[in-house]
Write a protein that binds this ligand. Sequence first.
Ligand code: NAG
Ligand code: NAG
Ligand code: NAG
Ligand code: NAG
Ligand code: NAG
Length: 766
Amino acid sequence: MFFFNTAFAVALAVKSVAAANTAATTLWFDSSNIIPIGNGRLGAQVLGQFPDEVIILNEDHIWSGSINDPNNKNCPGALPQIRDFIWADDLASAQDLVTNSCMATPLGQQEFQTAGNLTLSFPDAQISNLNHTLDLTTAVATTTYEANGVQFTRTAFASHPDNVIVMRFTASSGGMTEFNAGFVTPMDNPTVTASDNILKLNAMGQSKGGLDGSIKFVVQAEVTVSGPTASIAANDGQLSVTGADEAIMVIAIDTNYIRYDDISGDPQGNVDATLSAVRGKSWDDMLDTHLGDYQPLFNRVQISLGTPSSTSFLPTSQRKDLPDGADADQDLFSLYTQFGRYLAISSSRKTEPSNLQGVWNAATDPGWGSKHTLNINQQMNSWLSEPLNIAETLDPLWNMLTEMAERGITTAAEEYNISRGWVGHHNIGIWRDSAPIDGAQWGMWPMAPAWLMQNVWEHWAFDPSLTDWASETAYPLMKSLSQFYLDFLVAAPSDVEPEQYLVTNPSMSPEHTISGNLALSYGSAIDTALIKDLFNHTIGFANLLGVDSDLVDELTTAMGRLMPIRIGSLGQIQEYARDYDANGPFNHVSQLYPLFPGAQIDPRFNSTLADAARVTLQQRGDSSNGWPTAWRANFFARLLDGEKAYYFMQRLLQLYSYDNLWSYNDIWQIDGNFGGANAVAEMILQSHNGEIHLLPAIPSSWEQGSVSGFRARGGFTLDIEWSGGTLTSATITSTSGTAARVRYGDNAIDLTLEKGGSQTLSTADF
Ligand SMILES: *[C@@H]1O[C@H](CO)[C@@H](O)[C@H](O)[C@H]1NC(C)=O
Ligand SMILES: *[C@@H]1O[C@H](CO)[C@@H](O)[C@H](O)[C@H]1NC(C)=O
Ligand SMILES: *[C@@H]1O[C@H](CO)[C@@H](O)[C@H](O)[C@H]1NC(C)=O
Ligand SMILES: *[C@@H]1O[C@H](CO)[C@@H](O)[C@H](O)[C@H]1NC(C)=O
Ligand SMILES: *[C@@H]1O[C@H](CO)[C@@H](O)[C@H](O)[C@H]1NC(C)=O
């Protein structure tokens, strides 16, 4: 009875912290489904199966291969010829030369791999009332079911401070908790051992592309049982728990990876230290420690987009597929947005940023390598963190970029013969190499780092108190990258461009082709827009910090020579400097980077460009995948078109989400989750180009709602309420900003706030 009471008390504690509207913060299923939990470094997929449960385990440094030098040193010698072919519009010869002279060795990149599975087998029985749930307010996964009149409960969470995954198994009658636990892995050189109460898996990352596996890892589970008849036995690499009232399993995973050039870590020593630090801690203590870390992050933001209806309390898998569309259940969009925040907190803290699959991958050879893809995906993974108030989840990105820049100095020299600055291309992994990979048409794009620098700038824009961070981390990265592009840009010959603009050459518009597989030309719209933003932001930081006035002059001059955005023969935003555009349907809409996530196209200030952006979106089509749909929702939010943004959000949920709301991109890919969450934020609040814009793109379906804790650029948080589609109140609080221009509808007002002060506005103020 003692243990049953403990379980009950925890259940009550968990309930009391839940937001009033559980429909916006609970996922639940009446059958097996993947529930992801993670502490930012460790990931686990809890499947909720019976009698054979599987927990798929990940650690974010378990990758294939080893460090190598991928750079192609023939590239500098070939570049002048490549450029000449492109000026002459001989794109085939240019691309052949890139293929032969510039691509990385090996041509592919290393991949994020699984640790393996914890297998749990329970005594078979007829079960009923399976409920497999995830409470976003606690980040606790719970699976309950009944068998022979006994209620069984499995609970799991991943603790960031304790660095472990914790599971508890209980039953409503004493002595009924029984299972066998083992490990299986597809990874190299596996050994599984069980002794006393410890189950251990040792294995290695695999070899790929001719590079030997070098990551060694240990997964170690420690089980404790309680109750008068409880026992644990170890045999044949399995632990058997019998007759227990309760069993608690604590799982630690570690590797030999310290940083890209240091794999001298001691995985066994690390898991021993981790486990001994929590040994003797009760379940309640571990849960408290976890909640004390997780809830201050998660609870910063509340979102309500409607009154829950009867359908709001259906299993999540059914809510998403309601025949009338989601219209009956608007809080599904709040759930989706909060789930995005949950996934970011769970997959991106302290070590690696979330990759294409977050930190949840069961394979050795996952789709797209489960890498960090840098031509939209990693950036999209990062969008929600600032406006939705979990900026800490970007800390691992800053670390990755700093290390990318270290290795990128060599890439700049060896691939481009550029001796100042650093560069990278369209993918990166834990080895931090970022040479052109996969093939010329995808890989020869040295602009990815410029796009990532936008996230760097935004981090400061949302919190201008970060002057030290700007000086120590952000500005050095941006300055050095700007220097690379100053040397990479070339003046177009006057017979090609009479104005002799400074352009990129070679250049592409990510993953798009001009004809056949030909993708390389000069001066793509995205390249120019990225460089303009980077130079402008580098100037912004230099002025803020009062440094490098010569560089500011150089960048200002170069910015003045960049090509303006062009409108093509079809009325579209032109994708390349030459108007090649066929503009059929395509996932990427890179030429609209200046609309979103950039802000160079803004319908409030230039309708000509905004109209051309609309034409472009129409030509590109609706897409039939997750992240492109999420990007489109953001584009239309920026075009202040709430109905179209909502149309894409509905498509994202209904067509491009798995039952567990994971985003679908032919494979499971997390960017759609993050991009979709950000689109909801953009529909409710925008803050670019000097204005905080309240309810810029609210669809008619979101007639009433309230949000709190949303952040705006300039150093503010906002709580907003509306009803009948009209603003009721907006409270703006300064976190570090003082002056704010706030727009609602056609009017904007200027406010002056004290730091820490706040002001409440209503429709009457506008
Ligand atoms: C690299 O740059 C240096 C200095 O500008 C130049 O002397 C050298 O010829 C260049 N190398 C190649 C392969 O272009
Ligand atoms: C399953 O659990 C969730 C979370 O506690 C709850 O909202 C839902 O109503 C439960 N489902 C059933 C059928 O009891
Ligand atoms: C781990 O479990 C998943 C899901 O059941 C399965 O697809 C995968 O093959 C398992 N891995 C191993 C090594 O058995
Ligand atoms: C430069 O950045 C500032 C701050 O974000 C912005 O207000 C300004 O419009 C930008 N200028 C250009 C030319 O993009
Ligand atoms: C809007 O953009 C177009 C195309 O770049 C430009 O020609 C026009 O001058 C701009 N209009 C305003 C009002 O800035």
